[in-house]
Design a protein. Structure first.
Length: 385
């Protein structure tokens, strides 16, 4: 697919199925395999994600398994696997990543049937290699992994695990823990958002189109995503089966510093801004997460004065949604409910979106104004607006 085929779809409901068909099928992707975060203290981070987000202990590697370089705790909730990795060597590449970026996403791993073919297809189309296809073995079988670079220091790892029956990957053991406080109802990763620098959105949209065969699902310009003070632009890229969706954001000119600029400053360059995780019952999920101390963005009370006129009848009680700060938007396919956490570390970088889709395939365009005003209010409190 050429750059010219990155069609600007300002009306989201224009031919979604046709857009999926535009995605090339030379790189079939089954779904997100895992997301790995480099963090300063993996043991404590794992405790946080278990307590606050409802993940459970799943797998571990470290000194006890013979790994002298780093430890990784894997936490799981339904189809979501987070790998939390901390280095032992202060001079390692992982340590350098943490010093520069703070805690953040390093690896977005994609589950494929053939990691060798995925590597060959992407590198032959211009992707920069990180790891050539490598076989990892133990008594449970073998996993083939390969990896390429994407924006900033983020990488995509292709994981082929059809010949493996172990808990997670070779080198990991089952992590048994008496502390698993219970699910919060999270099901799978809906999409992951990357923030890139000035004028780089089209470059990375082209990268996903040309290198991985993705198609442009929808484009938002600075008229769609702007407030009195700030603006940004975004292109949502999707693979052929729609299981992988990567919005790519860049700053746009505004009177003050946008959330994208703030992220780039504190993260030290491009990176993953937020992970959107899906639930079948957002009222339950958000209620439980709030009880566990998760902080969410405050939605202006005036938002709910007009939302019923905009979205029509929904199954949920609007007063309940207002009390929890959950936003609603509708497209031709149905509606969605969404809410955003505050950053989950001290740097104002990575945060999470909780989303429940009730037919809608869009991304909450009708909520952008209220959402970005809420983000700007937090920026003003931090003195970074």
């Amino acid at each position: 697919m050429s750059t010219a085929n990155l069609t600007n779809v300002t009306n989201f409901n224009y031919g979604i199925e046709k857009i999926f068909e535009e995605a090339q099928d030379f790189l079939p992707i089954n779904g997100t395999d895992y997301v790995e975060l480099y963090v300063g203290n993996a043991k404590q981070a794992a405790h946080y994600y278990k307590t606050a987000f409802g993940f459970e202990s799943f797998a571990y590697c470290g000194l006890e398994t013979g790994n002298k370089e780093y430890c990784s705790y894997v936490v799981k909730q339904d189809k979501i696997r987070l790998v939390l990795t901390t280095p032992f060597n202060p001079d390692s590449e992982i340590s350098h990543h943490i010093r520069r970026h703070g805690d953040g996403v390093k690896v977005i791993a994609l589950w494929v049937d053939d990691a060798r073919k995925a590597f060959a297809e992407t590198t032959s189309r211009g992707a920069e290699a990180v790891m050539e296809p490598t076989v990892f073995k133990d008594e449970h079988g073998e996993v083939v992994k390969s990896a390429i670079k994407t924006y900033g220091d983020t990488i995509h790892t292709f994981v082929e695990r059809k010949n493996y029956n172990g808990v997670f990957l070779p080198g990991f053991e089952v992590w048994k823990s008496e502390y698993n406080p219970g699910t919060k109802g999270l099901k799978y990763i809906d999409h992951m958002v990357g923030n890139v620098g000035w004028g780089e959105m089209n470059k990375w949209a082209s990268f996903y189109a040309n290198t991985l065969g993705f198609a442009n699902l929808v484009t938002f310009d600075d008229k769609d995503i702007s407030t009195q003070y700030t603006a940004l632009m975004s292109k949502v890229m999707t693979n052929g089966n729609g299981r992988i969706k990567f919005p790519i954001n860049e700053p746009a000119e505004g009177l003050r510093k946008s959330q994208i600029e703030e992220y780039l400053d504190f993260y030290g360059g491009p990176g993953c801004q937020h992970i959107a995780v899906a639930t079948d019952d957002i009222v339950f999920t958000v209620s439980e997460m709030k009880k566990s101390g998760v902080e969410f963005l405050h939605v202006p009370g005036t938002y709910y004065d007009t939302v019923v006129n905009r979205v029509g009848t929904i199954a949920e009680d609007m007063n309940t949604l207002k009390s929890l700060g959950i936003m609603v938007d509708r497209d031709d396919e149905g509606y969605l409910l969404q809410i955003f956490t505050k950053p989950v570390e001290d740097r104002p970088t990575l945060f999470f979106e909780i989303i429940q889709r009730k037919g809608a395939k869009s991304f909450g365009k009708g909520n952008f104004q209220a959402l970005f005003e809420s983000i700007e209010a937090e920026q003003a409190r931090r003195g970074t607006l």
